[in-house]
Design a protein around this ligand. Structure first.
Ligand SMILES: [Zn+2]
Length: 80
């Protein structure tokens, strides 16, 4: 696997560039994931079997929490 993320994830971001505001990227390993506060689908919408774009982002990435230096948990262990 040369690419960490699927074409689906890339297509999603091409279609809806504003979704990138919900993505975090580690300053050291460059890993990309969604922010823990990324919204899930509104219950009223979900009732119609529809997923919000931000929910689809959650489906396509792993959650990635960064510290105040924009460094992921894995890399914090390396530099401490
Ligand atoms: Zn990292």
């Amino acid at each position: 696997m040369s690419h960490r993320y699927s074409n689906k994830a890339r297509t999603l971001l091409q279609e809806r560039p504003h979704l990138s505001k919900w993505l975090n990227q580690c300053g050291i390993c460059q890993k990309i994931g969604y922010k823990p506060q990324t919204p899930t689908t509104n219950e009223n919408i979900k009732a119609h079997g529809i997923k919000s774009p931000s929910e689809r982002l959650r489906d396509n990435y792993d959650v990635l929490e960064l510290n105040e230096n924009e460094v992921c948990e894995d890399c914090q262990g390396i530099i401490d």
